[in-house]
Design a protein. Structure first.
Length: 101
């Protein structure tokens, strides 16, 4: 699911919201002043928030300045101090871990 921050959607930016969902089958939650999900979750622009089976946040990965298409090793997946995985594989590992795998 995607969350669109309050102030960047209907009624003033309906065209941007329509563009965001027209080519993908992804639910979009429009944040509002009354339901301040964007700030309640303390997320920033282009954050990928990973949830577990109980809808609890278990990770955040920001895509700004982070290329998922790069083949360069950029992440220390096993925590040993050496780079051993790409951004894509690291993000994928966060989803797998959240699913219990």
């Amino acid at each position: 699911m995607a969350i669109n921050e309050d102030g960047y959607g209907p009624p003033d930016r309906q065209d941007a919201v329509d563009l965001a969902v027209e080519t993908v089958d992804l639910p979009l939650l429009q944040d509002t002043e009354a339901e301040d999900v964007w700030h309640d979750w303390a997320i920033t622009y282009r954050d990928v928030v990973i949830l577990d089976r109980n809808n609890e946040q278990v990770g955040v990965f920001n895509l700004t300045g982070t290329s998922l298409g790069s083949t360069d090793l950029t992440q220390d997946l096993d925590g040993d101090g050496t780079l051993d995985t790409t951004n894509y594989d690291y993000l994928r590992s966060l989803f797998i871990a959240a699913a219990g795998g």
